[in-house]
Design a protein around this ligand. Structure first.
Ligand SMILES: Cc1cc2nc3c(=O)[nH]c(=O)nc-3n(C[C@H](O)[C@H](O)[C@H](O)COP(=O)(O)O)c2cc1C
Length: 193
């Protein structure tokens, strides 16, 4: 088979590393207790509009990103890229880009209804926390990938797959139960826009 043809060949089961499935089966009472506890923990999450400048342990950040990467994805394409930014100059450039876009959102792009609906949240386009937060987590969706020879590879349902990964990231941040991380959650969230 020519190399070009090989790229066209759909991935078969033999091409994919097998990861064994392991499952713990809990009694009904235990399932109810665990689900109640998980709900109560997630129900404590809040979007706050003040951001701590305290450092966040890298081990925690790596773990929550790894948790996000366990998300299901269309045809197992895993169409996400997580980028950590700590460099002050890069954070500032990101702030400039986001503020410019957000100002357009508030001034004309999103319209009067959106601006009115957001009034109660007292938000605007100024995002100084993008300079002061110790770490930004940028989340990119990959609208397509590449085969080893550089051909385009379709990423099915890329947007919803990345959204699920973001949800898991937020839940993982909440599970760590620290104020710093809750605030970090908002910073990472806003960068999605
Ligand atoms: C897609 C999306 C976009 C959001 N954009 C913003 C935003 O630009 N600024 C902001 O302060 N909060 C933003 N939020 C947070 C929501 O305002 C917040 O989730 C909502 O008010 C409910 O509050 P809670 O997160 O504390 O439950 C956004 C949430 C989502 C899901």
């Amino acid at each position: 088979m020519k190399e070009a043809d090989a790229d066209e060949r759909p991935e078969s089961e033999e091409d994919v590393e097998h990861i064994p499935f392991s499952h713990t089966r809990y009694p009904e009472k235990e399932m109810a207790k665990r689900s109640q506890e998980f709900y109560e923990l997630l129900n404590k999450r809040r979007s706050v509009r003040f951001i701590s400048n305290e450092q966040v342990p890298m081990e925690v950040i790596n773990n929550v990103i790894k948790a996000a990467g366990t998300a299901p994805s269309g045809a197992h394409t895993e169409p996400w890229t997580f980028v950590l930014v700590k460099d002050p100059d890069v954070k500032h450039k990101i702030r400039e880009i986001i503020e410019k876009e957000e100002e357009i959102n508030y001034m004309k792009r999103m319209g009067h209804r959106w601006v009115t609906d957001l009034k109660k949240l007292r938000t605007n386009w100024v995002k100084e926390y993008l300079d002061t937060a110790p770490v930004l987590i940028l989340i990119f969706k990959q609208v397509h990938g590449f085969t080893p020879s550089g051909r385009k590879k379709v990423h099915y349902y890329n947007e919803i797959s990345v959204s699920i990964a973001c949800g898991i990231l937020l839940a993982a941040l909440q599970v760590t139960q620290t104020i710093v991380l809750k605030e970090l959650a908002l910073a990472s969230f806003l960068n999605l826009q």
